[in-house]
Design a protein around this ligand. Structure first.
Ligand code: HEC
Length: 135
């Protein structure tokens, strides 16, 4: 009687884990954003959407936007320049995203440099993940 219930609890806890890790990553970005700007008033999904869709024109010519590889639809699979599939960025479709800080940082570094020609700020990173958490 008890075993299926306990198994259910464990499975529920495991399923919830990635979202919890994404949330703790966001806490870290919030601390950094506050340190950089005392007026920081929280992350914004709207700013994250704008960053995702922007074509800043300051990066590499073949990667004008995040949407170049991730497509304009966060729930859709993307494609690398070499044609390799990229799992969707929306947390609702890819619940294991934003759970590994080293992976998140590696790709923010690489992709922000390609698209913006600079690193993303902690606020931009938090905005981006907040947006993807709403998609
Ligand atoms: C040249 C293609 C390309 C562009 C442009 C690009 N990305 Fe990515 N992105 C990738 C690839 C490839 C991965 C790693 C594969 C994966 O996670 O599925 C990735 C992964 C990521 C991840 C890690 C997600 C996780 O699971 O932890 C983040 C965050 C990210 N990208 C953000 C961005 C942002 C922000 C932009 C725009 C500033 C951007 N990307 C533009 C190709 C791209």
């Amino acid at each position: 009687m008890k075993t299926p219930f306990l198994t259910g609890l464990v499975l529920a806890a495991l399923a919830f884990q990635p979202a919890a890790r994404a949330a703790s990553l966001l806490d870290g970005y919030a601390d950094a954003a506050r340190a950089a700007d005392a007026g920081f008033a929280g992350f914004s999904a709207g700013r994250g959407r704008a960053l995702f869709a922007a074509t800043p024109g300051t990066g590499k010519p073949d990667t004008p936007s995040c949407t170049t590889c991730h497509t304009a639809d966060p729930r859709a699979a993307g494609r690398t320049r070499a044609g390799k599939a990229i799992a969707p960025m929306a947390l609702s479709v890819s619940p294991d995203r934003y759970a590994d800080p080293a992976k998140v940082e590696k790709w923010f570094r690489r992709n922000c440099n390609s698209v913006l020609g600079r690193a993303c700020t902690a606020r931009e990173k938090g905005d981006f993940i907040r947006f993807m958490a709403t998609q």
